[in-house]
Design a protein around this ligand. Structure first.
Ligand code: AGP
Length: 594
């Protein structure tokens, strides 16, 4: 996601635009820019954050302008790819938040009609489309242009010699802040709270004409009246969309992240990576490498690949791979990294490349260092993840792994169809977990009194136990360990007792009976036991001290709903213990040192 801003009024636009963009950097920060209109349009943009851009920027005079801070989706962070984007004559400038899914076709047609493009972005087709239809009626030209566009957008359009801004919204947020002889347009409330707390929320299909003293909104050609709201939040609250912490906001964004990530790829007729080499000669095995939470995604990936592709998979901690182990010829390596900047991963990727390995990367940050080392990159669509604890980026990594391996799977058509249905239902299943927060909060309050906790799981949920333990330890500072359930009796049993609660991840698959046996053994040693289990699992209710129910999904997808329940458990336990949560002690969002 990106942040967009527009200003029209009686003050110089530049400082207002820059200050507002600074308030939107939590939405994306790999590049930014502004455009100010007077008799011509002056644009200043670069692949930097807002502060250095403001320092380097000359005075751009004018009382109408637009601005953008970017989270790259199409085209790496660069000056050329930064917004605003203009038409051929630099008479129209546009800022955009969203994804134009049919931009390739539109761009080819516009080029054949003589338009020249300067960026790799999807957005740049919009000003050229408006130019194509502009005959003096800017609003009409924007409306006609948007009829050609598929995908999501929140846009603000600025034109030279026009004392108005045109705005339009579909699937991406856009608001109008109402001032005194001035008006503001923005992706989100934090951008305008320094100037006004009077806000109109645009709805999908709205197209608005905004001047310094008038706001007209139309939908399907008819004028509509959008209600004015008064915002009572502080700027900081608003950046978290009213959630107390970024982590909770990002946990709750996960249904949308699943839709965005699958939507981006599920539309592709053919996956745009050459895993064909897996199916054909050449690849005897797959090596997946990562660190931390991404390593847990890699471990889940192992189960996915082995079930769907029936190919042996090796999963390595990147920092270990740097110092040992042979890398057989013909290895396809998959590097998973949210930030794309983790030093351990970068070094391992370079080592793999050095021995002739092919490296496919799954990354959340477009244009990051790992994307420049990998032979091919698949981007997750999680948007910027501010909280140090990885949550939505992890789920997005799983979505890419499911989609990728399903695209090349050897399972029969019926199973594949059932899995595709399961993925389509996933946002709703995740929402059910999120709606069960009260029960999880109750368990968190209980757990917060302990200093040592075990998480146990089997099969594809063993990595979920590891991830649940990592989440808890990194934000609540409780010592938590994830274990293969069957392994507990080989030593850790010595630690069980009233002071060592166990979180058991129970899935109704072939491990169910074994898990019941483990739970009975654990209870016999006096440990409190919280179970994650499917709804209506009466047996578990009798055995466990407390049950967090999760919706029933295909066993291969159970890590998604189980992990999200454990994210919430960790969050509320840390909150109960008064921990800072978003920025835990001693940790960093991107570990750029070995
Ligand atoms: C997870 O919550 C932690 N923030 C950490 O373990 C993280 O997953 C690890 O540093 C890897 O980061 P990356 O995905 O950006 O490479």
């Amino acid at each position: 996601m990106c942040g967009i801003i527009g200003y029209i009024g009686n003050k110089e636009a530049q400082s207002i635009l820059l200050s507002s963009l600074g308030r939107l950097e939590y939405r994306g920060y790999d590049s930014c820019g502004i455009a100010v209109a007077s008799s011509s349009i002056k644009v200043y943009k670069d692949a930097v954050r807002v502060e250095p851009l403001a320092k380097a920027m000359p005075q751009l005079s004018g009382t109408i302008g637009i601005g953008h801070t970017r989270w790259a989706t199409h085209g790496k962070p660069s000056q050329a790819n930064a917004h605003p984007h203009c038409d051929c004559q630099d008479k129209i400038a546009v800022v955009h938040n969203g994804i134009i899914s049919n931009f390739h076709l539109l761009k080819q047609k516009l080029i054949s009609e003589g338009h020249n493009f300067t960026s790799e972005t999807d957005t740049e087709v919009i000003p050229h489309l408006i130019e194509k239809y502009y005959d003096g009626d800017l609003e009409k030209a924007v409306e006609t242009a948007l009829h050609q566009v598929k995908g999501s957008y929140a846009i603000i359009v600025l034109a030279a010699d026009e004392t108005k801004l045109i705005v339009a919204k579909k699937d991406s947020p856009l608001i109008i802040g109402i001032g005194d002889r001035e008006n503001f347009i923005a992706s989100d409330v934090p951008a305008i709270l320094d100037y006004t707390n009077r806000v109109i929320y645009l709805e999908d299909g709205d197209i608005g004409v905004v001047t310094s003293d008038e706001i007209r909104i139309k939908k399907e050609g008819r004028e509509v009246d959008r209600k004015e709201h008064k915002i009572l939040w502080s700027v900081e609250d608003a950046q978290k969309a009213g959630y107390e912490h970024f982590m909770l906001k990002e946990i709750h964004e996960q249904p949308k992240v699943i839709r965005d990530t699958l939507g981006e790829y599920a539309q592709a007729t053919e996956p745009n990576v050459d895993l064909e080499r897996i199916r054909d000669a050449g690849i005897e095995s797959i090596l997946i490498l990562a660190c931390g939470t991404s390593y847990h995604a890699a471990l889940i990936g192992k189960y996915i690949v082995e079930e769907l592709l029936r190919i042996p998979v090796r999963v390595e901690i990147a920092s270990e791979l740097n110092y040992y182990g042979q890398i057989p010829a013909g290895t396809l390596a998959i590097a998973i990294t949210q930030s794309g900047e983790t030093a351990d991963i970068l070094r391992a990727m370079k080592r793999l490349k050095g021995v002739g390995g092919r490296v496919l990367a799954i990354i959340n940050v477009v244009g990051s260092s790992a994307s420049r080392i990998a032979d091919q990159t698949i981007y997750t669509r999680a948007g910027p993840e501010i909280s140090v604890a990885a949550t939505k980026s992890f789920i997005a990594q799983l979505m890419v792994l499911y989609w990728l391996m399903m695209s090349y799977s050897k399972v029969d058509a019926r199973r594949l169809a059932s899995m595709l249905l399961g993925l389509r239902e996933m946002p709703g299943k995740v929402q059910q977990v999120l709606d069960n927060e009260d029960k999880i909060l109750e368990c968190a309050r209980y757990l917060s009194a302990y200093e040592n906790v075990f998480f146990i799981g089997r099969g594809i949920n063993f990595p979920v136990a590891l991830e649940g333990a990592l989440k808890l330890k990194e934000i609540s500072y409780i010592h938590a360990e994830g274990y293969a359930a069957g392994e507990l009796k080989h030593g850790p049993f010595a630690l069980l007792g009233p002071d060592a609660p166990v979180i058991a991840i129970v899935t109704q698959d072939n491990t169910y009976e074994a898990m019941l046996a483990n739970i009975k053994e654990i209870k016999a040693r006096g440990s409190p036991l919280i179970a994650l289990a499917k709804e209506e699992d009466g047996t578990i209710e009798e055995l466990a001290d407390s049950v967090i129910t999760v919706p029933k999904v295909d066993a291969i997808f159970s890590p998604v709903v189980n992990t999200i329940a454990l994210q919430l458990l960790a969050y509320y336990t840390a909150k109960e213990r008064g921990c800072p949560i978003d920025f835990p002690r001693n940790l960093a969002k991107s570990v750029t040192v070995e």
